[in-house]
Design a protein. Structure first.
Length: 385
């Protein structure tokens, strides 16, 4: 690669957009093309097939419907499009992203049950079971797979099984787990899931997808429409009829996604997940060395986000530490649980354990720069490690 093409490599430890490879960045530089050309349709068709393949769906049963927008567009689409007239949605609410799902249902004035569960451990399956038994009108159950705000892993396989036993459709937001944690739609009882190109596949922002059962999308044509732009059956039908997105797609982002998917399959499902786990092990290792405390027990974590309490030191200043790290190419991210004072370190993206080791060196310098010397290893990083 020539110098002309190389871009500074930043290590993003925020929960997406993630660090991308140079080859994905450069894949966006293509001759101008009208997205209504057959050549472009073929690329979208290929991408849709690959997105289904990642979660092991049979292409005749599952489909990927592309949308131009950030990941939230898929939550909106799935929640508003898949609720039949007079039926109820059930949201298992145990974190900031499922809270967002409830906000979406409220914005559309859709009848729903918000089943609030603790944010720091897996939900009570008996309560979910009972809620479904008591409310036969529940049409779908919605849960966030990996709660990106806290790092919590929800047991989708078990929840999906309960939903199906009660004849409810199972929808899960896999935006921050898809193409990272291995998922199998059949084994995991998934009818619909969703993700966004800037997270698991390590592409660019602006392309998101709902992946789910064709028969259920076709059935949803008869449900009341609550949105014109964000309707699942409308977009699906348009794709099926024309091979195109209904409205202008994010052209260059789609070229980047094609490259990112090629790199995904080259790396391989298991090897990629192993790499993310190596990254998280390196994050945990540094936390242990510095005596930093996490919000969640490691047994509850999905292994992709670590929410860390601010060090108990009057000199701690998140912005100062952030800026020190940022200037050196490392981005850390504020916590979602603002009141408690946490920040997040995430294992998404095209990074590996040595990047985290380099990060901890800079972080220790940042602590020293703030005047924090009480943590077990603070101020000693450069000398002893
Ligand atoms: C990132 C993310 C989203 C989408 O967020 P946007 O800001 O719209 O990209 C949705 N759900 C989860 C769990 C996420 O991690």
């Amino acid at each position: 690669m020539t110098d002309h093409n190389s871009v500074r490599r930043n290590i993003l430890l925020n929960p997406g957009p993630a660090t991308t490879t140079d080859t994905v960045k450069q894949a966006q530089i293509v001759p101008d093309i009208c997205p209504r050309e057959v050549e472009f349709q073929k690329i979208m068709e290929e991408i849709r097939g690959d997105l289904v393949r990642i979660i092991h769906g049979k292409p005749e049963e599952y489909t990927a419907v592309l949308f131009c927008g950030s990941g939230t567009i898929c939550m909106d689409v799935a929640l508003n499009s898949l609720l039949p007239e007079g039926k109820l949605a059930l949201v298992i609410q145990n974190g900031s992203y499922s809270e967002r799902a409830v906000e979406i249902l409220k914005a559309y004035h859709l009848p729903h049950i918000e089943l609030v569960q603790p944010i720091d451990h897996a939900p009570d399956l008996d309560v979910i079971e009972k809620t479904l038994a008591d409310n036969p009108d529940i049409a779908y159950v919605y849960v966030t797979h990996h709660e990106t705000g806290s790092g919590l892993l929800n047991p989708i396989r078990e929840i999906g099984e309960i939903a199906h036993r009660h004849d409810a459709v199972f929808i899960t937001d896999t935006t921050s787990s898809y193409a990272m944690i291995p998922i199998d739609v059949y084994a995991d009882n998934i009818d619909f899931c969703m993700a966004s190109a800037q997270k698991g596949i390590m592409g660019m922002t602006g392309l998101s997808y709902v992946i789910g059962r064709r028969d259920l999308i076709e059935k949803s044509r008869l449900y009341p429409t609550r949105s014109y732009y964000c309707n699942l059956a409308f977009q699906y039908d348009y794709f099926e009829k024309t091979g195109q997105m209904h409205f202008t797609p994010p052209v260059q982002v789609i070229y980047a996604a094609r490259q990112a998917l090629a790199e995904y399959f080259t790396e391989g499902e298991q090897r990629k997940w192993d790499r993310h786990r190596r990254v998280m092990a390196a994050i945990h290792e540094g936390e242990d060395r510095l005596g930093l405390q996490e919000m969640l027990d490691r047994g509850e974590q999905a292994g992709l986000v670590s929410a860390v309490y601010y060090p108990d030191d009057p000199h701690w200043d998140f912005d100062k530490v952030h800026d020190y790290c940022y200037e050196r190419g490392f981005t850390i991210y504020p916590g979602k649980i603002e009141k408690k004072g946490t920040f997040r370190l995430c294992a998404l993206g095209a990074i590996d354990a040595p990047d985290i080791e380099a990060f901890w060196k800079v972080f220790e310098e940042a602590l020293e720069n703030c005047g924090i010397t009480d943590l077990p290893a603070a101020g000693k990083g450069k000398k002893s490690l």
